[in-house]
Design a protein around this ligand. Structure first.
Ligand SMILES: NC(=O)C1=CN([C@@H]2O[C@H](COP(=O)(O)OP(=O)(O)OC[C@H]3O[C@@H](n4cnc5c(N)ncnc54)[C@H](O)[C@@H]3O)[C@@H](O)[C@H]2O)C=CC1
Ligand SMILES: O=C(O)C(=O)Cc1ccc(O)cc1
Length: 309
């Protein structure tokens, strides 16, 4: 077992992401103590039953006391509330990070409350599933996945490399980005696909001429893939939409324009246009596979240090 990287880690929020971090930290022995905190008493009790930490507290402020690393894993809309609660009790020199799917808004919510003597380094692991809550997490979720950091100007290089080393220990590949750029990239590769999924499943659910039981009975695998994304946590995705508004609206505008083009091509029987687009998009899929980026989501039960066969 390697030396722990941190004496005490505080996990604020213990859902899919927080509990997956907790499981990896425990499995890999990355901390001597793991203090778990979450707002809901039931979730905290469940985290204790699952033995995700070494101690448990309903108070985020109490939980961060003496912690060298604090990881905030709550819906992005709750970031400011958490920052306000923890700020007065943070240990000088501590690293404070988050896992939120949007970055500019999390920075705007948290940075103003952070004391000068801590290192606030926003982060985002590009790994997850449609499930939520402490039971949904699993060892190895972050393995082979990117974790993007959006450090503020003047971030301490040593603290950043310590945080990167932590995520690398969980098996992640690390990268850095400007927060605004992160939000644009994620708007197209993650936020729009979820919004489109919510929309198509909602449309199917509203149809009068095709019954709900027919949708269920005859759902082809394409539709089924959309239902997985559309089953994602409503609180989390409401917050993502509200907190990455500009980038999402920009990408939705582009999407609608391109959809109108497709609609027109179908209406006027312009098969060549359809064929050209479908050929171009097929090449994108091939590039993703060639780049080794087509890792499937569930990797249940796999040890974090196992190599993929
Ligand atoms: N679900 C996913 O696939 C991914 C999610 N993320 C981001 O990770 C964060 C957490 O997401 P999940 O773990 O999936 O959500 P989750 O719903 O599974 O867990 C959220 C946790 O936050 C707690 N919480 C909510 N409000 C709180 C507050 N005000 N104070 C303290 N605790 C509070 C809940 O009790 C729960 O423990 C979100 O910001 C999300 O955008 C990032 C990557 C992937
Ligand atoms: O379940 C899926 O396919 C995901 O895309 C998971 C996911 C959701 C939100 C993120 O910020 C990152 C990853």
């Amino acid at each position: 077992m390697p030396e722990p990287m941190f004496d005490r880690i505080a996990l604020i929020g213990i859902g899919l992401i927080g509990s997956s971090i907790a499981r990896d930290v425990k499995e890999l022995g990355l901390a001597r103590e793991v203090v778990v905190s979450t707002r809901s008493a039931d979730t905290l009790k469940r985290a204790e039953e699952l033995e995700l930490g070494t101690s448990y507290s309903p108070s985020a402020a109490d939980a961060v006391e003496g912690a060298d690393l604090v990881i905030v894993s709550v819906p992005v809309g709750a970031s400011e509330a958490v920052a306000k609660q923890i700020a007065p009790r943070l240990k000088p020199g501590a690293i404070i990070t988050d896992v939120g799917s949007t970055k500019a808004s999390v920075i705007a919510q948290m940075a103003p409350h952070m004391p000068e003597n801590v290192h606030f380094i926003p982060g985002h692991p590009l790994a997850g599933t449609e499930k939520s809550g402490p039971d949904a997490g699993f060892i190895g979720l972050f393995k082979g996945r990117w974790c993007i950091f959006t450090p503020l100007p003047g971030t301490d290089a040593e603290a950043l490399s310590q945080l990167k080393a932590f995520w690398e220990a969980l098996g992640s590949r690390v990268d850095e980005m400007d927060p605004q750029h992160h939000d644009k990239v994620l708007a197209i590769v993650s936020h729009l696909p979820h919004i489109i999924a919510y929309n198509i499943v909602g449309t199917a659910d509203d149809l009068e001429t095709v019954t709900e039981s027919e949708v269920i009975k005859y759902s082809a695998s394409g539709f089924r893939d959309f239902t997985r994304l559309a089953a994602s946590d409503p609180t989390m995705w409401r917050d993502v939409c509200l907190h990455n508004k500009d980038a999402i609206l920009e990408m939705l505008a582009r999407f609608s324009e391109d959809l109108a083009y497709l609609q027109r091509a179908i209406r006027w029987g312009e098969g060549d246009k359809l064929f050209e687009l479908f050929t171009r998009t097929r090449a994108v899929r091939r590039s993703i596979i060639e780049a080794g980026q087509d890792v499937d989501v569930p990797d249940f039960g796999r040890h974090a240090l196992d190599k993929k066969p």
